[in-house]
Structures are given as structure tokens and as C-alpha cells.
Design a protein around this ligand. Structure first.
Ligand code: AMP
Length: 501
């Protein structure tokens, strides 16, 4: 029987005795991982999972959690990972919305989730960070062989809820084709082979750690150093064994903050990849100065998997996300009409390809709103393409500030503030303003506490049109970021909502 995604990804090396995962607790071969996967697949089927059923999971990263994903796909189910930071109240919404057949949580959440699971007749099981729990117990006594359930390219493999900064969080439906095609394209583009050992410190409830990293390494028969979370010390300790690393920008800034991170410790590394949030050009430059290596920045989102990348061979340009990946059609379009714009003009990224999701779970209107009539998905990311074809993201469309009827792109203002001596980083937001509709506000983190707001104002006055200059400058200790390193602008807007009231 054939299972479109499983066969090519986790099934491809299932008989191999080579190490798939290195962990602090020991090594797990591909064959051992396949056996754990089979045991869990049998457990899921015994718990009532039939093809197309959702398996909703909020659990800590471990090899068994990764096997739970592989097992769900192999059993024909739809994997639904949930951010470990979500509260019971938030889980209530996701579980009620997705109506899974099985819900897996940590033991310490089981009591709070029991009524939620009962309401949708889901079977509740547990899995803890140390691979204990009722799911782990049941799996240990299940058979270690399992015939993959037949699934085709268009069948759902996963639903990932978007972080939903506005309105209700939406479940992005990803089919076997979406995930497999992207893994194939990336493996080729980034030249991953079975020689690779990827330093994996990302969470696996998100597209980056789950699909980009894990599908790819499993598919090519490479290995992963599979750590529960990022720490600079752990990264440095394991780096001699690694060939490559995928991270969010904060991983790289923290590595650069660490004295132990030197050209020597990284000289054997083949590739450092960054994504999920903008990598500051300054970080890119500092990294290259320190190590002699250029970070490869790429761009993607839950709904589209990966869509653009800087080249493997060739110029990896700081502050850009590179070119469309093979098989991805991208246009920078007029946000109102979808008409393609000329190079150099700022517009919205719209794209098409096997990587693009099927739509939002049980939200046909939201799905329809998100696609143009000619099938292009409207990403909501504003960008510009230069004369060499490199794409740079300038921000989310909803972060665009309209002050006195004029468009202000936060990235432009942030870039100028970040260049000022004594500034570490900044976030520029629009908040309601009685005269201008929205007023530009700069939230600034200083590296030198003696830097005054007037110095920033004077510097910007010489470079920026008046309507783009901040009407208020606020100093804070650190920008609020989520677990993927994204600055939470919605939170900043909320905090400073009444500033110009
Ligand atoms: P998520 O669905 O959580 O993966 O978030 C996707 C969003 O992250 C995209 O729509 C972009 O706004 C942002 N993003 C991802 N990669 C990059 C990047 N390299 N540079 C800037 N923004 C990025």
C-alpha cells in the first residue's frame, strides 16, 4: 500500500541501522525510530483513529513526539500540533474546532483537558517530556510492525493553526503533496544528503522544526541532533558533530553574544539557515565577520511551507529572502487588485505552487478571501524585488501604518533607527491618532542607556519625510517576541493604544 508522504519521508530509510537522532539520552537509529512509529501507529488505531481523523497534540519535544507525527501520517490520520504555550482555555477552542479522535497532552494538563476531550468524544492520552504517559505505555505493549494506510497526494496530512494575531486562529490544511514536494525541493536546493547532521533546537509544533527540518532530514537519510530547546551552550557543545543548523534569528544573535562561538568551532559547518522572522542585516554581517560564513535566509509561512530562499551557491544577500524556490510562482502585487508590480515597487507577495495549502479548516469564506480568482494565495507579507531578483520583506500588510492618508512602511523607519549608535533594535507601529488616523510610534531597545529620544529625532529628521517620523519614541528593555522570534506588534499596539487619544 502507498502512503504518499510517509513512504518517501520516514519510510525511506526505515530499515537502516544508521543513527537518525542524537539526543542527550543516547542515539536512535532509523530502524528503532520506525519501530517506535509503528508501535504508536498501532496504539492510535486501537484508540479509534481512522483515515482522515485528527490527532491533536500538545506535548514537549522528544523523539517519541516526532514519532507520534510520523505515526499519525502512517496511520492515515491528520496531525495537529499545538504550541506548548497554549493554556487550557485556548486548547478548548482548537479541540472544539478540529474535533480530533485522539487528544494527546502532558499528564499535568490531563485534568483540565478531560472535559474538553469528552465534549467532542475524543480519546485523551498523555505523553510527557521524559516519554512517560499513557500513550507511551500503550505504545510499549503494541506490535512494532504496521502496514502504512494508503493515502494519496491530496489527502490531508496535517492541520496547523496560524498564530492568529487578529481574529480567530485558523487551521491551515496541509496535504501530503504540500509537505512532500517542499521537502524534495529544499533537499535539492540546499544540497542536503545522508552525510548531514542537523543541529535541531527548534520546537516541533511549528512548520519550521516539524516540516522544514524533520521531513527533510528524514527523507535524505541524514541525522539530527535533537535537543529539547535552544541554548547557546548546548549548540556549542554539539556543533563539532553537526554539519548544518536551522534557526530563528534569535538563535544567531544569541550565538554571536557567546564568546565561545568562534570561526574555529564553526569552520566545518556546511550551512546555517535562518527563517520564521526577519534576520537583521547587521546580524548577517556580524555572523559573516565572525565565522567567514554567510547565513542563508529563507522565507515561508504555515500556509505555504517554504517559498523563497537565498541561493546555496552564489550571493546570500543580507536583508533579503532570495528568490522563489523551484516550482513556486511569485508575484509582488498591488494589494487591492493583485496586478503584478514592477521591480522596485512595494507590494504584497502572492504565490502559487505545490507548496500552497488547501485552505482553512471549515472556514470557506476565509479561504476564499485568501486566494485571488486566478489561484494565487495572498500571503499578507509586503515585499519588494530588486533588479537582481532578490526579494526583501518589508513587513506584514496589517503592520502598514497609514498616517494622514500616507503609507508608512515600518521596516524603513526601523532600519534608520537601528543604524543610530546606542540602538540595539526597534519596532515601529501605528496607534490610533485623533488627527492623523494613525500616529507613528517607535519602540526602541537601547544598547546605551544614555541615548536620548531627541538624538533619534534629530537623526531621523535629516533622513525621513515628516509624515514618517515617529510622533513618540518609547524606550523598553526588550521587544516582546513569540517562540519563533517574531516581534509581537499587536501586543505593542495594544499597550500603546491610548497614547494619542
Ligand atoms: P508562520 O506561519 O508562523 O511560519 O509565520 C509566517 C510569517 O513569518 C510570514 O508570513 C512572514 O511574515 C514571517 N517570516 C517568515 N520568514 C521570514 C523571513 N525570513 N523574513 C521576514 N519574515 C519572515
Amino acid at each position: 500500500m502507498t502512503n504518499h508522504l510517509y513512504d518517501r519521508v520516514f519510510g525511506a530509510h526505515a530499515a537502516s541501522s544508521k543513527t537518525f537522532l542524537y539526543t542527550d539520552a543516547g542515539e536512535i537509529s532509523f530502524a528503532e525510530f520506525a519501530a517506535i512509529t509503528n508501535r504508536i501507529a498501532n496504539t492510535l488505531v486501537e484508540a479509534g483513529v481512522t483515515p482522515g481523523d485528527r490527532v491533536a497534540v500538545q506535548a514537549d519535544k522528544s523523539p517519541m513526539l516526532l514519532a507520534l507525527y510520523a505515526a499519525t501520517v502512517k496511520a492515515g490520520g491528520v496531525y495537529l500540533p499545538l504550541n506548548t504555550g497554549y493554556t487550557a482555555a485556548e486548547l478548548d477552542y482548537f479541540i472544539g474546532d478540529a474535533r480530533p479522535a485522539v487528544v494527546v497532552v502532558r499528564d499535568n494538563a490531563a485534568e483540565a483537558i478531560t472535559p474538553v476531550a469528552e465534549r467532542c468524544n475524543a480519546r485523551l492520552m498523555t505523553l510527557n517530556a521524559d516519554e512517560t504517559g499513557s500513550l507511551a505505555d500503550a505504545a510499549r505493549t503494541s506490535a512494532d510492525s504496521f502496514d502504512a494506510v494508503t493515502r494519496g497526494s491530496e489527502d490531508l496530512a496535517a492541520i496547523l493553526y496560524t498564530s492568529g494575531t487578529t481574529g480567530r486562529s485558523k487551521g491551515a490544511k496541509l496535504c501530503h503533496r504540500n509537505l512532500l514536494s517542499n521537502a524534495e525541493v529544499l533537499a535539492d536546493y540546499w544540497q542536503f544528503t545522508e552525510q548531514d547532521v542537523l543541529l535541531h533546537m527548534l520546537p516541533i509544533y511549528h512548520t519550521h522544526g516539524l516540516f522544514v527540518a524533520s521531513n527533510l532530514l528524514a527523507m535524505v537519510g541524514g541525522s539530527m541532533i535533537f535537543l529539547p530547546k535552544f541554548s547557546a551552550d548546548a549548540a556549542l557543545a554539539w556543533m563539532p558533530k553537526a554539519t548544518s543548523m536551522m534557526g530563528v534569528p534569535t538563535f544567531y544573535t544569541r550565538l554571536l553574544d557567546s564568546d565561545g562561538f568562534t570561526a574555529d568551532i564553526s569552520k566545518h559547518m556546511r550551512l546555517f539557515i535562518s527563517g520564521s522572522a526577519p534576520l537583521l542585516a547587521e546580524t548577517h554581517t556580524q555572523f559573516e565577520e565572525r565565522t567567514g560564513k554567510a547565513i542563508l535566509e529563507r522565507y515561508g509561512m504555515t500556509e505555504t511551507n517554504m517559498s523563497t530562499s537565498n541561493p546555496y551557491d552564489g550571493d546570500r544577500r543580507a536583508g533579503t529572502v532570495g528568490f522563489p524556490l523551484p516550482g513556486v510562482d511569485i508575484r509582488i502585487a498591488d494589494p487591492k487588485t493583485g496586478a503584478p508590480l514592477a521591480d522596485g515597487e512595494i507590494g504584497i507577495i502572492e504565490l502559487k505552487g505545490d507548496n500552497v495549502f488547501l485552505g482553512y479548516w471549515e472556514m470557506p469564506e476565509k479561504t476564499e478571501e485568501s486566494f485571488r480568482d486566478d489561484g494565487y494565495f495572498i500571503t499578507g507579507d509586503m515585499a519588494v524585488r530588486d533588479e537582481r531578483g532578490y526579494i526583501s520583506i518589508v513587513g506584514r500588510d496589517k503592520d502598514l501604518i497609514i498616517s494622514g492618508g500616507l503609507n508608512v512602511y515600518p521596516k524603513e523607519v526601523e532600519g534608520m533607527i537601528d543604524e543610530i549608535d546606542g540602538v540595539l533594535e526597534s519596532a515601529v507601529i501605528g496607534v490610533p491618532h485623533r488627527d492623523f488616523g494613525e500616529g507613528v510610534v517607535a519602540v526602541v531597545v537601547r544598547s546605551d542607556d544614555s541615548l536620548a529620544a531627541e538624538t533619534i529625532e534629530t537623526s531621523l529628521a535629516a533622513k525621513l519625510a515628516k509624515f514618517k517620523q515617529p510622533k513618540a519614541i518609547i524606550f523598553i528593555d526588550a521587544l516582546p517576541r513569540n517562540s519563533m522570534g517574531k516581534v509581537q506588534k499587536a501586543e505593542l499596539r495594544k499597550t500603546h493604544d491610548g497614547l494619542f487619544a
